[in-house]
Design a protein around this ligand. Sequence first.
Ligand code: SF4
Length: 237
Amino acid sequence: MLIEEVTENVVELVEKLNFAEKVQRSLDLIDRAYQEFGDSLVVANSLGKDSGVIWHLAKRVSPKIRGFIVTTRFKPAETKKFMAEEVARFPELKVYSNDVEIPVKLYETDPDRCCEILKVQPVRQAVQEMKVKCWITGLRCTEGRTRTEYKEIEELDKGLIKLNPILIWYEREVWEYLALYRVNVNPLYGEGYRSLGCGPCTKIAQGIDERAGRCIGTSKCGGECGIHTKPLLDYQI
Ligand code: SF4
């Protein structure tokens, strides 16, 4: 079983492996997952730079691998346009959103609830509808203080594996990969953003922490929306 086979200390691997070795490791992880899960292996594509890498890696393993995008009414116009372009290029990317009415400025009064409704619930819907048994994310443990505890392969929900194949990549290695393979990226990076999210909750920020511009001044530590921490299965949508 895939989940029992990876035992290395990922923090050590961040330093130990070079760029080419990391790329190969990521490809191997996705390939093994594809052999085990086939069509039930799906990429969660957030349209950010890390998603650009995992989507490209997955397509190298098999062009048949599907993906889903969760979008919200608060995504910037540039992200919406970029999403339309990506979906036109890759029709196997399915878009999910939750258009239910919510209180005005819920992102200010209760950002956890806002993310739960607009982001976590559509992920649950995608997992159910696409019959996902293993999902691939672009999580990296070097991204910020909220992301140091993850593993490359996790099973938060029994029966739903989460694969984080670029967990040990540095930010510069993400950009190295995107440049080498000429992967299209969201134009907002050109404006200085380092981590992208919903418009009201994302700012251009400087400093060591890559996610420092996410959810500034709110209770949401590092802008985590909950898709990596909350249960996704056996949930009433
Ligand atoms: S990132 Fe902000 S606007 Fe987007 S769902 Fe979360 S709280 Fe709401």
